[in-house]
Design a binder for this molecule. Structure first.
Ligand SMILES: NC(=O)c1ccc[n+]([C@@H]2O[C@H](COP(=O)([O-])OP(=O)(O)OC[C@H]3O[C@@H](n4cnc5c(N)ncnc54)[C@H](OP(=O)(O)O)[C@@H]3O)[C@@H](O)[C@H]2O)c1
Length: 327
């Protein structure tokens, strides 16, 4: 068995690489020429690096020589132009599927990382399940769904699609502002603050990927992969505050403030040429009633459960942020 991992230097991909390595699975990684390798430095001395891009089919084909399994984790979660979501998450995935098909005699399985955003919002009383009709509400979600359809419709070897909700853990920059707000003694709450959230700790997601590479019952399936706990942003901030031993003052912000923040952040991103998670297209996701999914199918079909609780995940994340001087 030899895996090609795309997106290995990113937040999620670096955790997948850690897990592949911990399981002793031979791995090559696809990196773009100017890729920042800060999260995978420890692996580099014994890692096979294949330079290429999911936007460049010939480089993808060359990277898949001698490969038996592919984990497609490269993706675009924030963009300067909305069209980048389509280019990377949809067209890029089509290129991965085409390259896999060209080597289908050897490549046995593709594990594709999609997102809860492809399924759309859902609340705790009716969590998102794999058979629900998809209802993505952002350009990101639509592009992730289109990527899934490429995999489902065209991939000739076996495939598995994983749909994580928001991922947190060491190396994550998306939840870092919440930790920083708590450190500044603020407990931010937008609107009612009742939006329910499923989350997955990055290491749990990475272990699910490794399980899906070979488990016979995973073939051809789509799975939500999430911790069974459901939380809210204020409850999450509250747990962070307890663990940081920080006193906090509630900072209640009207929903309109969120829209303003998204517009401002988008303007700053355009000026600095650095994409940000907050943007007008993200606003729809931030206003949804909830982002909750049911990881039951993954448990029933594969016996896989996320072992990290929110409490232990925050402890590990906090320790990492502090150790790196990010907090
Ligand atoms: N983070 C979350 O909360 C979350 C939740 C659900 C699903 N996901 C999915 O998980 C995957 C990874 O997300 P992430 O949070 O780890 O994002 P990330 O840290 O931004 O990593 C994205 C990775 O994709 C690579 N990539 C982007 N465009 C590429 C291209 N054209 N060719 C080759 N590689 C390319 C990036 O390489 P460069 O460094 O060269 O740009 C990077 O390695 C994505 O598919 C995302 O949709 C993430």
């Amino acid at each position: 068995m030899k895996v090609l991992l795309t997106g290995a230097n990113g937040f999620v991909g670096s955790h997948v690489l850690d897990s592949l390595h911990a399981h002793g699975i031979a791995t090559a990684v696809l990196l773009r020429p100017a890729a920042n390798t800060r999260f995978i430095e420890a692996h580099l001395p014994r890692l096979e690096v294949r330079i290429g891009s999911i936007g460049d089919p010939p480089s993808l084909g060359a990277a898949m020589r001698d490969i038996t399994h592919v984990v497609h984790c490269a993706g675009c979660t924030k963009a300067l132009r909305v069209s980048e979501f389509e280019e990377i998450n949809h067209v890029g995935t089509r290129h991965v599927v085409e390259a896999v098909n060209q080597q289908k005699g050897r490549i046995q399985r593709l594990v594709h990382i999609s997102s809860l955003a492809a399924g759309g919002p859902a609340t705790p009383d009716r969590p998102a399940r794999e058979n629900d009709p998809p209802n993505p509400i952002s350009e990101y979600g639509k592009s992730k769904l289109a990527g899934e359809q490429e995999v489902r419709g065209a991939c000739q070897p076996e495939h598995v699609i994983l749909r994580p909700p928001a991922v947190y853990g060491p190396r994550d920059t998306a939840f870092l502002p919440l930790f920083k707000a708590v450190k500044a003694h603020l407990l931010p709450r937008f609107g009612s603050g009742r939006m329910a959230l499923s989350l997955v700790f990055a290491k749990d997601l990475a272990e699910a990927v490794v399980t899906c590479l070979t488990h016979p019952a995973a073939a051809g399936k789509t799975f939500y992969v999430a911790s069974p706990e459901v939380t809210t942003a204020p409850a999450l901030a509250g747990e962070i505050a307890v663990q940081m031993k920080a006193w906090t003052l509630p900072l209640r912000l009207p929903v309109a403030a969120l829209w303003l923040m998204c517009c401002l952040q988008e303007a700053v991103s355009r000026l600095t040429r650095k994409p940000s998670l907050l943007s007008r297209q993200k606003h729809a996701e931030l206003r949804a009633p909830g982002w909750v999914c049911d990881p039951g199918r993954l448990r029933q079909a594969l016996g896989f459960v996320c072992v990290n609780t929110l409490k232990s995940g925050i402890t590990t994340t906090l320790a990492w942020y502090r150790q790196q001087g990010w907090l």
